[in-house]
Design a protein around this ligand. Sequence first.
Ligand code: CTP
Ligand code: MG
Length: 253
Amino acid sequence: MSTNDRQPSAPATVGVVLVAAGSGQRLGQGIPKARVLCGGRTLLEHSLQGVVASGVARHVVVVLPADDHVLAGVVERAARATAGGTSAPLVTSVTGGTTRTASVRAGIDALPASVGVVLVHDAARALTPPAVFRRVAAAVSADVPAVIPVLPVVDTVKVVAGSTVMATPDRATLRAVQTPQGFDAAALRAAHAGASAGDPAVTDDAMLMEARGAVVHVVDGDSLAFKVTTPLDLVMAEAVLGQRALEQPGAVP
Ligand code: CTP
Ligand code: MG
């Protein structure tokens, strides 16, 4: 190697914002969704396990509903379990807001300035494989400040106005979007600073980057990164864990 060859820059410090402050209205259990049990453990425990197992994060900020002592206890246990490990993340928590955007913002604000890449992840995507975190984190760069995991769309999708179909977009151009979504930290902070936290049309963080003209790239998502939203999704998550228990008896569910 000649002395003029550029050294690869040191990998950026990665922080994960794990948003878990939602109320779970569509799941309908009357408790915050992150506290709902699946295979005997809370959805938050499952999602934290995936984040930690990925090995990408130096810092994890879990965004919680106000005064939720059960979920605060889950975070404290995770923090204790990872404390002192050389490659384990520092796990902390912060209180979220009334919208997902406000919760993400609270999480970003709680990350140290040393974090160069932020992954924003829905705790409701509780069974997301660790490889998805690694794939997204590896794809974020100075040239590509936003990366999202996607899957092909299996249904035909219509644009409707009231009860009238207006158009049928070409399905081959459509993708269903998952999390974790990965961002250059400075770009994400700037995008959030310029956005209204109360706008219900903002359903993910990549939208805020797109609005600023940022390059947003896609990587492969994973069907196991589905979001537990409705009671049927919870049945599916239970079935996945049940199948795992049969295949690997004794493993942590
Ligand atoms: N979320 C959050 N703060 C909010 C709203 C949502 O941290 N004010 C989080 C949820 O905890 C979830 C993720 O954002 O992990 C995706 O949101 P969603 O699936 O809509 O969860 P809920 O808002 O809890 O569910 P619902 O919309 O059915 O009430
Ligand atoms: Mg919601």
